[in-house]
Design a protein around this ligand. Sequence first.
Ligand SMILES: *Cc1c(COP(=O)(O)O)cnc(C)c1O
Ligand SMILES: [Zn+2]
Length: 501
Amino acid sequence: MKLDQFPESIQPLLVPEPGGDLIYHCLGCRQAHNIASLLYTCPACGSVLLIQDRQFDRLKAIEGGVWQRIFDYRRMLKDPALKGIYRYHEFIGPVIPLDSVVYLGEGHTPVVEANGALQDRTGMRFYYKNDGQNPSASFKDRGMASALSYINHLIRTGEVDQVLSICASTGDTSAAAALYAAYLKPKIKSAVLLPHKKVTPQQLSQPLGSGADVFEIPGVFDDCMKVVEALSEQYNVALLNSKNAWRILGQESYSYEIAQDFDYAMADKVVVVPIGNAGNITAVMNGFLKFFDTGIIDALPKIVGVQSVHANPVYRYYSQPSGDRGPFVPVTVKPSVAQAAMIGNPVSMPRVIHLVDRYNRSAGAPRVFFVEVSEQAIMDWQLTANRNGHIACTHGGESLAGLQVALEKGWISAHETAIVDSTAHALKFSGFQDMYFQNSFPDGFAVTPDPALVNRPRYVHPQTLQQVPLPGKPLDDKALAEFVDAVSREIATDLGLKKRS
Ligand SMILES: *Cc1c(COP(=O)(O)O)cnc(C)c1O
Ligand SMILES: [Zn+2]
């Protein structure tokens, strides 16, 4: 629809102008820092930052119901800058003019309700939100669209010139960073650091295909992260890890979309997300809080954060009694099929601690829960989901396994509706499915295949055949007829097909 076809009263609100007053807010010393320079930690105390809008209250001048209509109408506009995460411009990056927005098709991923058979298995109504249907096939594109739109804005206003973006990654951050940087070349070049052999071949192919400089580093993600931090402290590079608070802003879109897709009714909803570096759960909490504070939603949904027993520092922290938790203790990770979340020392932990507290206080009761799940449960639930028409990655399996645990513990009830995050596309992690089907998991994983879930190709090669087609060597008519007959009979027998009468 064209702008002048919308109700007149709402027209001036549909295409946002730059506004707001964003600052980096330090969660350690609470100082505010100007956003004109790219900061990742507080120059005064070294703590992590969150971006705050000092004029956020201006958004409360518009009623929640009007905001709902603004977002619903924006869905119908043709402006590419409003088609992705910036449909929620005022909440995500109000200082960014629309002509600096980088849109590669991210966001607005489908929510797909589980079929009856799967809901019977889980014991409650749930939807997958398929964030694997983002351009680089994970939710990381949301944060990259935000970080790179802001850098693009700084370039266009002459505040920065050539940018070398850099990140450490469990695979998906680098895929997303390299993709968005490639779109903005030659102003932006990208380099990514990956833990050697700790990302899947598909994930490795992504930054290579986008033309990034790819470095493989011995060790695990936490080691890569240390190197990237050293580089960003000593050299002039733009850090694109979720330590960069702009990433968090973009990932808040996940919450806004859930609110909008469920008609802003959040009271009986449960949002389930896996936790690695904890940027995603930070963004999810912050997003719902902003919509709650402006009356766009009238209740905060429950949030369940899920970790594997092989990488569970956040779960461990919150399983201690409140009031007696002491300092956060990182863990040494073990191999995990939820490999993109295999992180022992999450960078966003101070943000999580800050926001869990705010979230629960705003809700007036505990609404954020943490669970751990076994590697076995992750694989079994992923494969079960996908046998029912989903495209969940291992982290999507982790989320669904976590939903079960939260239900068993009574933190959520069967009358609620869950939105379960499949953070990436199943194909990125198909190697773990192969290991399951071939029973070839290395010992460290502790996964044993359930025969009922194993699936393998059968090679059809009837013993009676003298000849089979080979590349470049087609069969003659008679041999081909024999081949087709023998092969189709073998398949029909295997499938138990009945002859047409
Ligand atoms: C990055 C990632 C996670 C973990 O998200 P955090 O923000 O680091 O907690 C989970 N799943 C996938 C597929 C990821 O790429
Ligand atoms: Zn500080």
